[in-house]
Structures are given as structure tokens and as C-alpha cells.
Write a protein that binds this ligand. Sequence first.
Ligand SMILES: [Zn+2]
Length: 131
Amino acid sequence: MEENTTVQETKFCKECGQKIAKKAVICPHCGCQVEEAKSEAAPQQIVINNTNTNQNVNQNMNGGIPFGARLRNKWVAFFLCLFLGAVGAHKFYEGKVGMGILYLLTGGLFGFGWFFNTVSLLFKPNPYYVF
Ligand SMILES: [Zn+2]
């Protein structure tokens, strides 16, 4: 005397209304898909948009470089000043030969000019104007 105690979990098909196993993904009666297949997720396609829109736009307020001004690269001047500031290398780079010679003779204004220029160059825009 054995009773079948296994109660099969069932549900009803959304399409045909037949009793089907709860775990069934596809109805055996009508063949319709009744559950979303969870295990296999579609591999995500990674689309890398490598659009280089690097544009160097030099926007000059007055339609050009101000009179008597020279355009200098900040970082060139900064590293020249940092390593060779004691001999006025950044002053020569800026075109200030007189100051360069002064820095050369005084060791970057006894270090003060050297130090001050290094710090102030850090806060300049790139490129920057030399007047
Ligand atoms: Zn069905």
C-alpha cells in the first residue's frame, strides 16, 4: 500500500491553460515559451566609441595675441624653472634675456625669484602670455 506522496508542483500554461510542471520553460502541450530562460544571458556587447575629438582651440579674446606678448608653453617654462631656474633658463625661454642674465649672476635672485617663479608658473594657464 504505497501512496504517491510526491506532489508535483504545477502551474498553468499561459497560452493553452494546460497543467504543466512549474519548472517547465516550454509548455509540452502547445510548445509555447512560458518562462524566461534565466541561465543564458546574452553576452553584452561592449561598444567602444573611440572618437577622438581633441581639438586645440586657441580662443583669443581680442582676435589675436595681445601686442608685445609672447605665447609660451607652461610646462616647458615650469620644468626649466624647476631644474635650471637658478641660472634663469625660464627667463631666457620667455625671451627676457636681461632678467635671465640677472638670474644667472644672482643664482635666481638668491633663490627667491627662482622659488617664486616656480610656484607662480604652476598657476598659469597653458599656454600663457609673456609680456
Ligand atoms: Zn501550453
